[in-house]
Design a protein around this ligand. Structure first.
Ligand SMILES: Nc1ncnc2c1ncn2[C@@H]1O[C@H](COP(=O)(O)OP(=O)(O)OP(=O)(O)O)[C@@H](O)[C@H]1O
Length: 583
């Protein structure tokens, strides 16, 4: 039985470019036929001008051949333009999908979540108007030339056929000899590039701890592999390219000699001029094949890129648009939630269950690696649940269309994650900037006065990853972004880890103000300052929900348990806040 393989989106997209290929194919046929014009010119000059000594005929023939050259160039230009348009069309069809797949691969932490698929797509797209493909389009014309040679004399036709077969064999051996090396070279180049990207992202760590030399050494090792494989492949390819040219040149001269021999035996149709025509046809016939051999590296590269892209798109099928649902109010229900990281079977959360009414705030506390960040990701629907569900107003947040749900949700991840752009753009989530809303969000987190003190105010750029801001400022901008547009449900993962006392107070104020408007909050925290403004408390340990309930009841229960444990151990009593923080 045929395995159930999903259709290749890449192949479908290329198949949809058929009209472009057909048009370019016709241009190829006509421009290749015009390649015969110089042979015709030579014959006519030899036949009509040399014998008759007619100057007018010479001028007319020369004008004709000049016209033919112009038409040939125009056709070749038109063919390139058609294929360039095909590449633009391919980009229009697939670039969004590929960008989405890279994004998805990043979210799911699977290979492909890097710059590489975009490079691969550029390789595939550019190949559409590369010399290799344009030469391949001309190969059918070789058959026409061979037929013409057979028409002049079967001897010439057979000789051309034998050399054509030799040339195809050269191309085949070239493929066998260079493909594995070129693929290894590509793999090493990608590894070196990815290593360099990672190192550049961590430039400060490398510089501060003097790691540059070792980092460079490791990069060089990968880069050396790439250079070694590429040099070996080029060496072998160079030999085959020389061989291909040799075969082409030999055929040209051989056909001239053979035609001369036939002439001497009175067996050449068309007389002496045909000797030259046969030689030109022979040389031209093999030209596209020689070109293909010369350009073989780009063929291997495109095949490699194609396979990686195809695999990425197949492993991350296009998502059906999520459910369209009525505006949420912020009622959160977590039903027996089990979670594991994508591609990893280990369960991180095991049976977390709680509910929050609109306008309620919950603090999630627990030791490091207890699963707080994982719970935050699950609450905003980033990872699919391994069991159970997270529901906002009854609907599963994971399957809800994120572009629809986004405006109602605020999320501040642990790493903040700002983007290159202005403060206003970052706060407005890179959508249409509504300055009134931007300012309101900045005021809520106590950032407005600081922003106004900057030279360009809200138009001040934040730099790549928010590099122009301090850690605390970045966190506040992230908070303003989470609160932008008064979302009904906000998840904050360690929102005050970089905040000072003033920032902490601003955060508490912002939570209270948003709660009063009906926003539901879940705040993952190690710090106790935020506990003053929450209604409920959940304690996580090793992915298990230890206790959940109204804040004061949970603190009292924790204190009691802690006191009992401590008294049993040493007779000491610990204050409430310390007990919660220690949990
Ligand atoms: N992408 C991932 N792949 C595999 N395991 C993961 C992934 N993310 C988190 N984990 C594991 O899940 C567990 C919980 O991690 P999580 O980040 O949710 O804890 P946390 O309570 O937020 O910790 P902290 O307070 O230190 O931020 C850890 O053991 C971690 O190794």
């Amino acid at each position: 039985m045929k395995p159930n393989v999903p259709p290749s989106e890449l192949r479908d997209a290329i198949a949809s470019l058929r009209p472009y290929f057909v048009r370019a194919g016709w241009f190829s046929v006509f421009s290749s036929l015009l390649i015969l014009a110089p042979s015709g010119y030579m014959l006519e000059v030899y036949d009509r001008v040399v014998n008759t000594r007619n100057h007018t005929t010479l001028v007319m023939l020369t004008l004709l051949i000049l016209g033919a050259y112009v038409v040939m160039e125009v056709l070749e230009w038109a063919r390139s333009e058609v294929m360039r348009s095909a590449s633009v069309e391919l980009d229009r069809r697939l670039s969004g999908r590929i960008f989405g797949a890279i994004f998805d691969a990043n979210l799911k932490r699977i290979p492909g979540g890097s710059q590489q698929p975009l490079n691969d797509f550029r390789t595939v797209r550019d190949f559409l108007y590369s010399p290799a493909l344009l030469a391949a389009m001309e190969t059918p014309i070789a058959l026409v030339m061979m037929v013409l040679l057979f028409m002049i004399s079967p001897w010439l036709g057979w000789a051309a056929l034998v050399f054509g077969v030799i040339q195809v064999a050269v191309a085949w051996f070239n493929e066998r000899a260079t493909k594995p090396l070129l693929m290894k070279a590509n793999g090493s180049a990608i590894a070196a590039q990815q290593y360099a990207d990672g190192a550049l992202r961590n430039a400060e760590v490398i510089e501060s701890m003097g790691m540059l030399r070792d980092t460079h050494r490791l990069w060089q090792r990968k880069q050396r592999d790439f250079l070694r494989f590429q040099a070996l492949a080029s060496e072998r390819a160079g030999g085959f390219q020389a061989l291909a040219k040799l075969v082409q040149n030999i055929l040209g001269s051989l056909l001239l000699g053979l035609a001369c021999w036939l002439l001497l035996r009175n067996q050449l149709n068309g007389g002496g001029g045909m000797m030259i025509v046969a030689s030109i046809l022979g040389g031209r016939m093999l030209a596209p094949l020689v070109q293909v051999v010369t350009q073989w590296q780009s063929v291997v590269n495109v095949r490699d890129a194609w396979m990686r892209l195809d695999q990425l798109l197949m492993s991350l099928p296009a998502q059906a648009p999520g459910m369209a649902l009525p505006e949420p109010r912020g009622a959160l229900l977590v039903e027996q939630l089990f979670a594991s990281a994508p591609g990893n079977p280990n369960q991180i959360l095991r049976g977390v269950a709680f509910a929050l009414a609109p306008g309620e705030a919950l603090a999630v506390v627990g030791p490091s690696a207890s699963g707080k960040t994982t719970l935050a990701r699950m609450l905003v629907g980033l990872w699919p649940a391994a069991g159970g569900k997270v529901r906002l107003d009854g609907a599963d947040v994971h399957t809800w269309s994120k572009s629809e749900l986004g405006p109602y949700v605020g999320y501040l991840p642990q790493g903040v994650e700002l983007f290159e752009g202005t403060l206003a753009e970052n706060i407005a989530r890179f959508g249409e900037v509504d300055m009134a809303k931007v300012e309101a969000a900045a005021r809520m987190v106590g950032l407005h006065d600081f922003i106004l003190s900057l030279p360009h105010g809200y138009d001040n750029p934040v730099g790549a990853d928010g590099a122009r801001l301090s850690g605390g400022q970045r966190q506040r901008v992230g908070l303003a972004r989470a609160l932008y547009g008064n979302p009904v449900f906000v998840v904050l993962d360690e929102p005050n880890s970089s905040l000072d006392e003033q920032g902490d107070a601003a955060l508490a104020q912002a939570i209270l103000a948003a709660k009063a408007r009906g926003t539901t909050f879940v705040i993952m925290t190690h710090r106790t300052s935020v506990l003053a403004v929450v209604d409920k408390l959940l304690v996580l340990r090793d992915g298990l929900q230890q206790i959940f309930g109204p804040r004061d009841e949970v603190i009292a229960a924790l204190n009691k348990a802690n006191q009992q444990a401590q008294q049993a151990a040493s007779g000491q009593i610990v204050p409430a806040a310390t007990a919660v923080a220690a949990s």
